[in-house]
Design a protein around this ligand. Structure first.
Ligand SMILES: *[C@@H]1O[C@H](CO)[C@@H](O)[C@H](O)[C@H]1NC(C)=O
Ligand SMILES: *[C@@H]1O[C@H](CO)[C@@H](O)[C@H](O)[C@H]1NC(C)=O
Ligand SMILES: *[C@@H]1O[C@H](CO)[C@@H](O)[C@H](O)[C@H]1NC(C)=O
Ligand SMILES: *[C@@H]1O[C@H](CO)[C@@H](O)[C@H](O)[C@H]1NC(C)=O
Ligand SMILES: *[C@@H]1O[C@H](CO)[C@@H](O)[C@H](O)[C@H]1NC(C)=O
Ligand SMILES: *[C@@H]1O[C@H](CO)[C@@H](O)[C@H](O)[C@H]1NC(C)=O
Ligand SMILES: *[C@@H]1O[C@H](CO)[C@@H](O)[C@H](O)[C@H]1NC(C)=O
Length: 743
C-alpha cells in the first residue's frame, strides 16, 4: 500500500513536470541505453501511434491527437511526404494538409512527443512511396542505392526537413516535441536486390542522417544492419521475438499493424483487438520499450495520393480511431486499458531484465523486479487452443488461450488481453464515441453533364511508332493516357483484338464506341483484353484510354515498374496475326475535362456544362455536376457512391479521391467471427466479400466547414445507376459536386 502511494506520487510529479517543460519549451536531452529511450534523464516506456497529417485536415488534427492522448499514447509518429512537399524540384509546399510544422506543433500543444520518419522513402501505400515523380527523370538516377544523383537529392531533402524543424525549435533539445527521427524505411526488406550498392547505401544513409545533428536518436526500421548508433527497430504483426543488433540498443517496435490497408477489388481486412492487445503485451513482457500502432488513425487518401497499384481511397486500417475521426470501440477502449496497465509497470520494466519462469506447455511468466520483494509480472498463455489455470507465487490464475495477464504488483491482475470489458463512456462529451450514423438523401439541383471526347482532343498530342510506357509519358500528371491508332481493312470483317497491359485498367473504343474494359489487381496490375470485334471496310479508329490507380509504392526497384499498354495484336478468324504494337500510335495525356478544369469551381456555371432532361445514362467518360445544401449539424460527412462505377469525385473543387464501386471483392474468404487466437496475418480476418471495397468517400471539405466532430453522417446525393447508368463494370464516371454549406 505504502509503495503504491509513493509510485502514484512520483507519476504525478512527472506528469506535472512534463507539462511544464512543454509549455515553456525547456531543452530536453534524448538518449538511450539497452532498456529504453532516456528522456531528460528518465527511462521511458512509450506508447506511440501513427497519424499521417495529409490523411486528415488541420481542422481535425487536434481532435484526433486529443483522442490519441486520451487513449493512452505518449508519442505520435508520422512519415514525411516528399512528393507533396517538393512537387517541382526546388519548389517547396507546406500548406493546408501538408503543413508539417503546424502538425508537429499541434502534437506539442497536446503534450505528446513526435517520432518524425523523414525517410524520405515512406512506402505508406502513398503515391510512388512518397517520391516525387521528377526524381525519376534525373539522368542516370537509381533510387535507394549507391547512386550520386539520388543521394544528392535525398541528402538535400533530409536537410530541408531537419532544418525546417530546427528553425521552428521542434527538436527536444530545443524544447520541442520531436524525440526520435527515422531515415530510410524498411530498406532491409529489399536490400538483397541492390547488392553491394545497397549495403553501402545503408551506411551512407546512416552517416548522412547523423551528420544532420538532430540531437535526437535515429532509427532505421526493418534494417538488421543499421550501423551504430542508429537503432534498428521491428515492423510486423508481432515483435516479441525481436532483438536489436547491438546489446546497447533498446527493443523498439515502429509498426504494429492495427489492421491492414484496403485495395479496390479486395475484402476489408480487420484485426481483432484481443490479438492486437496480446501482441502488444507480449512485446512488453519480452523487454520491449517503445511501441507504435500503424495506424492509430488511418484517415483518407484524398485526391490522387493513394499508392498503387489500386490502393483504395479509404485508409481506415481498422485503426482505434476510424477514418472519420470517431473512436472505434471496443478497440480504442481496450487498448486504453492496456496502456494504463503497462504504464503501471513502467518503473519495473526499465529497471532490469525479466526473470523467466515456465508455468507449463505454452504457459510462462516474465517477472520484473525492482527489489527482491517488489515486482511486476506478465503471465502468458501463448497456446492458441487451450485455456489454462496456472499457479504463480502460490496463487492460481485463469489464463484464456492466446492471452497475457498483467500484474503490476505481482499479485493482482489489472488487465488480461482477451477480456474485453464493457465499453466505457469516454468522459468528455466532445469525445462522443459510438457515433450515430444517419443516412441522408440530399436534394440537389438538376444534374448537368459534360461528355468527354474519345481519343485525341487537342493539338498537343504526339505520335510514336511504338507503345509507350505510361508513367514515363504522363509523368503522373493525370491517371489517363489515350493510345490511338487506325486499322485499315479492305473489307468488312470480324477479328480478335488482343491487348496486353502492365496495368492498371483500360477502356477500349472501336470507331468511338466502347467495346471492352480490362483491369488488374493490387497484387498484379497487369491484364489482357481479348475481344471479338467487327471491323468496317476502310479506316477504323482504335482508341484505348489506359488508367493508373496509384503509382507503385513498394518492392525492389518499384520506382521503375511500368504501366500502360505494351502489346496490341489483331488476329483474324483463321488466326493470322497482325502486330499493331509497332505501328504509328498517337498519344494524348489526360482527359479533355481535366484540361478544361471541369473539376474546378470557377467553371461551375460555365456553358460547357449541358443541362436538360436528356441526362446521358449508361455511358462511359462523362462528367456529372450538381449542387446541394450540406445538411445542418456538426460532424464528418461521407458521400455514398455505391451506385457509381469508377471515377473520381470533387467537392468544391477539391478531389476527395477515387471510387470504384463496381469492383467487387471475391465472394469467399471472409469470416464473420474471426477467431483472434493464433497468429494473425493480413488475410486472416476479412469482411465485405462479394462487395465493393469502399462505397463511402469522406468529404472533408464539408466536414471542414462544420468544424468539430460529433457523430457522423452519411449523405447520399441522388446519383444512381438508374440515373447515371452503368453500361459495363468499372467504367469511369466523374462526379463534381458543389456543396453549399448551411452553417
Ligand atoms: C548540434 O546541435 C546542438 C544543439 O543545437 C549544438 O549545441 C551543437 O553544437 C551541434 N553540433 C554540431 C556538430 O553541429
Ligand atoms: C480453472 O479453474 C476454475 C476454478 O477452479 C475451473 O472452473 C476451470 O474449469 C479451470 N479451467 C481450466 C481450463 O482448467
Ligand atoms: C494549340 O491550340 C492552342 C489553343 O487552341 C493554340 O493556342 C496553339 O497555338 C496551338 N498549337 C499548335 C502547335 O497548333
Ligand atoms: C496475357 O497473355 C499473355 C500471352 O498469352 C500471357 O503470357 C500472360 O500471362 C497473360 N497475362 C495475364 C495477366 O493474364
Ligand atoms: C522510362 O524512361 C527512362 C528514361 O527516361 C528509361 O530508362 C526507363 O526504362 C523507362 N521506364 C519504363 C518503365 O519504360
Ligand atoms: C454560379 O452561380 C451560382 C448561382 O447563381 C452562384 O451562387 C455562384 O457564385 C456562381 N459560381 C461562380 C463560380 O460563378
Ligand atoms: C443501363 O444498362 C443496364 C444494363 O444493360 C440496364 O439494366 C439499365 O436499365 C440501364 N439503365 C438505364 C437508365 O437505361
Amino acid at each position: 500500500m505504502g509503495k503504491d502511494g509513493v509510485l502514484g506520487l512520483i507519476l504525478f510529479l512527472i506528469v506535472l513536470y512534463g507539462a511544464w517543460f512543454f509549455e515553456l519549451g525547456f531543452s530536453v536531452t534524448v538518449t538511450y541505453d539497452n532498456k529504453a529511450l532516456i528522456i531528460d534523464g528518465k527511462k521511458r516506456i512509450l506508447q506511440s501511434g501513427s497519424v499521417h497529417y495529409p490523411r486528415a485536415t488541420p481542422e481535425v488534427w487536434p481532435d484526433i491527437i486529443g483522442k490519441a492522448k486520451e487513449g493512452g499514447l505518449d508519442v505520435i509518429e508520422t512519415y514525411v511526404f516528399w512528393n507533396y512537399h517538393e512537387p517541382v524540384k526546388g519548389q517547396y509546399y507546406f500548406e493546408g494538409r501538408f503543413d508539417l510544422v503546424r502538425f508537429v506543433k499541434t502534437v506539442q500543444e497536446a503534450g505528446l512527443f513526435v517520432h518524425l520518419r523523414i525517410g524520405p522513402y515512406a512506402c505508406a501505400e502513398w503515391n510512388y512511396g512518397g517520391f516525387p515523380l521528377w526524381l525519376h527523370f534525373i539522368p542516370g538516377i537509381q533510387f535507394r542505392t549507391t547512386n550520386g544523383p539520388y543521394q544528392a537529392e535525398m541528402k538535400l531533402f533530409l536537410a530541408k526537413i531537419v532544418n525546417l524543424m530546427k528553425e521552428e525549435n521542434l527538436f527536444a533539445s530545443q524544447g520541442g516535441p520531436i524525440i526520435l527521427a527515422q531515415v530510410e524505411n524498411e530498406y532491409g526488406n529489399v536490400e538483397w536486390a541492390y547488392g553491394v550498392g545497397g549495403e553501402l547505401y545503408v551506411k551512407w544513409a546512416a552517416e548522412t542522417a547523423l551528420n544532420l545533428n538532430t540531437t535526437v536518436p535515429w532509427v532505421m526500421c526493418s534494417q538488421s544492419d543499421a550501423p551504430d548508433p542508429i537503432i534498428n527497430t521491428c515492423n510486423g504483426f508481432y515483435c516479441d521475438d525481436f532483438t536489436p543488433n547491438s546489446p546497447s540498443k533498446p527493443k523498439m517496435w515502429t509498426e504494429d499493424y492495427t489492421g491492414w490497408f484496403l485495395s479496390f477489388g479486395y475484402p476489408v481486412p480487420y484485426r481483432p483487438v484481443e490479438d492486437l492487445a496480446f501482441a502488444v503485451a507480449r512485446f512488453f513482457e519480452k523487454g520491449g520499450t517503445f511501441h507504435n500502432y500503424y495506424m492509430y488513425f488511418g484517415g483518407t487518401n484524398f485526391g490522387r495520393t493513394a499508392g498503387g497499384p489500386l490502393v483504395a481511397t479509404s485508409y481506415d486500417y481498422d485503426a482505434p480511431i476510424d477514418e472519420y475521426g470517431s473512436i472505434r470501440q471496443p478497440k480504442w477502449g481496450h487498448l486504453q486499458d492496456l496502456h494504463m496497465a503497462i504504464k503501471q509497470c513502467e518503473e519495473y520494466l526499465v529497471n532490469a531484465d525479466a526473470t523467466h519462469q515456465s508455468l507449463g506447455l505454452y504457459l510462462e511468466a516474465d517477472v520484473y523486479y525492482r527489489t527482491s520483494d517488489d515486482c511486476a509480472a506478465f503471465l502468458a498463455n501463448y497456446g492458441s487452443r487451450l485455456d489454462a489455470n496456472v499457479t504463480f507465487n502460490g496463487r492460481s490464475y485463469f489464463l484464456p488461450a492466446w492471452s497475457v495477464s498483467i500484474l503490476p504488483d505481482c499479485k493482482n491482475v489489472v488487465f488480461n488481453t482477451a477480456k474485453v470489458v464493457t465499453q466505457k463512456s469516454v468522459g468528455d462529451a466532445t469525445f462522443a464515441s459510438s457515433a450515430s450514423v444517419s443516412e441522408l438523401s440530399l436534394s440537389t439541383s438538376p444534374w448537368s453533364w459534360y461528355i468527354e471526347k474519345v481519343g485525341v482532343w487537342s493539338n498537343d498530342s504526339f505520335t510514336a511508332t511504338s507503345l509507350l510506357e505510361q508513367i514515363n509519358t504522363t509523368k503522373d500528371t493525370s491517371d489517363f493516357l489515350w493510345y490511338t491508332t487506325s486499322i485499315e481493312a479492305d473489307e468488312k470483317k470480324d477479328a480478335f483484338l488482343l491487348i496486353q497491359s502492365l496495368g492498371h485498367a483500360a477502356l477500349v473504343f472501336l470507331n468511338k464506341k466502347v467495346i471492352a474494359f480490362g483491369y488488374g489487381y493490387h497484387d498484379d496490375a497487369s491484364f489482357n483484353i481479348s475481344e471479338k470485334i467487327s471491323i468496317a471496310q476502310g479506316s477504323n479508329t482504335l482508341d484505348i484510354i489506359s488508367m493508373m490507380i496509384g503509382v507503385q509504392n513498394y518492392g525492389p526497384w518499384f520506382d521503375i515498374m511500368g504501366a500502360g499498354i505494351y502489346s496490341v495484336i489483331l488476329a483474324d478468324l483463321k488466326n493470322a496475326k497482325e502486330d499493331y504494337s509497332s505501328k504509328e500510335w498517337t498519344y494524348q495525356v489526360g482527359t479533355e475535362g481535366e484540361n478544361l478544369g471541369l473539376d474546378k469551381t470557377d467553371l461551375a456555371n460555365s456553358s460547357l456544362w449541358t443541362q436538360g432532361s436528356a441526362l446521358p445514362v449508361n455511358q462511359s467518360l462523362i462528367w456529372y455536376k450538381s449542387t446541394f445544401l450540406a445538411p445542418e449539424g456538426k460532424g464528418p460527412l461521407s458521400l455514398n457512391l455505391a451506385s457509381m462505377g469508377k471515377g473520381q469525385a470533387w467537392i468544391n473543387g477539391q478531389s476527395i479521391g477515387r471510387y470504384w464501386s463496381t469492383y467487387l471483392s471475391p465472394s469467399t474468404g471472409c469470416t464473420t467471427n474471426c477467431d483472434y487466437r493464433g497468429s494473425y496475418d493480413a488475410q486472416k480476418c476479412q469482411k465485405k466479400c462479394g462487395q465493393p471495397a469502399q462505397i463511402l468517400i469522406e468529404s472533408y471539405l464539408m466536414n471542414n466547414a462544420m468544424q468539430v466532430c460529433m457523430g457522423k453522417q452519411k449523405c447520399s446525393v441522388p446519383v444512381s445507376t438508374g440515373i447515371l447508368g452503368n453500361p459495363c463494370p468499372g467504367v469511369m464516371k466523374s462526379l463534381a459536386i458543389e456543396a453549399l454549406c448551411s452553417v
